[in-house]
Ligand binder design. Structure first.
Ligand code: AHR
Length: 514
């Protein structure tokens, strides 16, 4: 189902010094439907890889650290995870997963071997954060764990035993787990069979990988009532052939297939997170919105083999990817996060929600200190990014029933010929509360929005806004937050319609009740 229909197209020509567009009025029509899907909370999932300081320093500092911690996890970060109601975390990679041998990360810490993180800067790590540390974190915070298994350099036996170690009540692997201090099995649903097997996960062809998936998934068993949801390593962005071949050859054995999409066009010139011009801004908005087309096309291919939409399309890596901050390790992917990144997050989440019938999970890359992060840490300090605040304001959409909608917005043409609506939106209903989120990507024009509530009874409206004076604004250590969530009281509900002025470069979320 497409929730998002654009009408009233008024495309402007691509201009390098970007659009003097006149985005003044937008109409949104809600189209509630009994058959609309629920927006899986897993769409608001996070990706936590052994990369740079995502795990070490970002989440885990160890029990002996002077940084305030609980059993080795940073207290400030634990609180941020709770506040964000993070539903799911994917671990240990990424590319790292295909060189990770889980046995190195269990048992007494002093006996755990050190390893070189060959993918990410050659950093040597001590394996002090392993299976117990990850699974206990998830359990403590009520976060669904998603384990990404090593297919590239591991074996079927190794992955099968890892599943047994985590989920079996009895047997040799359960015995080992108990000896390592954990009596009860953990609950594990999401299991990734490889990561980017077309690239860092083994440079395979889709035909070869389909067979590998079939083989691995045969031996990853359901122990003692645990039910695995097995995820195939899916396509890189526009590689539709990958989805086609994998669905044809292995789709019947998959519960989900992944899709990776980063907002990059030229991997040799990714650009700066903080220094960009107007043209760069609108290019990025177009690139972010392209995920809509991508999901539609992958989904159409999946429909050929799975018309009932049993298999989920899981965007288990997505987000902006900029040049690293000057002076930082190029392999650690540490970047700043501006108001522009917040707009990307909101556009993407709007799109994912609109495809909730097929998209059952998405994990932004990555949770801490890497790529489009929720938070940045420096020693004992932490800042919350503009992207964090988008995720916070979208919490009401988690596990809410989608309300399909139409947006009648101006559409602009940006660099590379991509088209993007000036306003995108998403709506859902849960526990009698209707939530509507909207993004205005214009750098200089507020938009008058008129929403037809289509009979949804509402008399009270409250709201929150994320915006900033300058699109380049970001939150930094030791400074007052420039981009944060603030109350928004500019919306009025009357005679079944909601009206507001949506400020330039803003994300607004409204809650409506009777
Ligand atoms: O998120 C960083 C990396 O991007 C991941 O490790 C890999 O899967 C992808 O290429």
């Amino acid at each position: 189902m497409r929730q998002y229909l654009i009408t009233g197209i008024m495309a402007l020509a691509a201009l390098s010094s970007m659009p003097a567009h006149a985005a003044e009025k937008v109409t949104i029509t809600l189209e509630p439907s009994d058959s609309a899907p629920v927006i899986a909370k897993e769409i608001y999932g996070q990706f936590t890889e052994h990369l740079g300081s995502c795990i070490y320093g970002g989440i885990w500092v160890g029990e002996d650290s002077p940084i305030p911690n609980t059993n080795g996890y940073r207290n400030d970060v634990l609180q941020a995870i709770r506040d964000l109601k993070v539903p799911l975390m994917r671990w240990p990679g990424g590319c790292f997963a295909d060189e990770y041998h889980w046995m190195d990360g269990v048992g007494p810490k002093e006996n755990r071997p050190r390893m070189v993180n060959t993918n990410w800067g050659g950093t040597v790590e001590d394996n002090s954060f392993g299976t117990h540390e990850f699974m206990n974190l998830c359990e403590m915070l009520d976060v669904e764990p998603y384990i990404s298994g090593n297919v590239g350099s591991g074996t079927v036996e190794e992955l099968a035993k890892w599943v047994e170690y985590m989920t079996a009540e009895d047997g040799p692997q359960a015995k080992l787990r108990k000896e390592n201090g954990r009596e009860k099995p953990w609950k594990l649903k999401y299991l990734g069979i490889g990561n980017e097997t077309w690239g860092c996960g083994g440079n395979m062809t889709p035909e070869y990988y389909s067979n590998i998936f079939r083989q691995y998934s045969t031996y990853c068993r359901n122990f003692n009532g645990n039910q695995l949801y097995k995820i195939g390593s899916g396509a890189d962005a526009y590689n539709y052939e990958w989805t086609d071949v994998c669905m044809k050859n292995a789709g019947k054995m998959m519960d989900g297939i992944s899709l990776h999409y980063y907002c990059v066009d030229d991997w040799d010139h990714k650009g700066s997170s903080r220094e960009f011009d107007t043209d760069d801004h609108y290019w990025l908005m177009g690139k972010a919105y392209d995920i809509d087309t991508l999901i539609s096309r992958h989904s159409q291919i999946m429909d050929r083999y799975d018309p009932q939409k049993r298999v989920g399309l899981l965007v288990d890596e997505w987000g902006t990817w900029w040049d690293v901050e000057p002076g930082t390790n190029p392999g650690h992917l540490y970047q700043q996060n501006t108001m522009r990144d917040a707009l990307v997050a909101a556009i993407s989440l709007n799109v994912f929600n609109s495809h909730a019938d097929r998209v059952r999970m998405a994990n932004i890359a990555q949770f801490a200190n890497v790529l489009q992060a929720m938070l940045l840490t420096k020693d004992d300090k932490m800042v919350l990014t503009p992207t964090y605040y988008v995720f916070k304001s979208y919490i009401p959409h988690q596990d809410a029933k989608l309300i399909p909608l139409k947006v009648d917005s101006e559409i602009i043409t940006v660099r590379k010929g991509r088209q993007v609506p000036v306003v995108t939106a998403t709506a859902s209903e849960k526990d009698g509360v209707t939530t509507i989120s909207m993004v205005n990507i214009s750098l200089d024009k507020a938009v008058d929005v008129d929403i037809d509530l289509a009979g949804i009874k509402a008399s009270k409206v409250s709201g929150e806004i994320i915006t900033s004076k300058d699109i380049h604004d970001y939150n930094d250590f030791g400074q007052e937050e420039k981009v944060t969530l603030r109350p928004f009281d500019g919306a009025k509900v009357k005679n079944g319609r909601l009206t507001l002025s949506l400020p330039a470069k803003s994300v607004v979320t409204l809650s409506l009740t009777k």
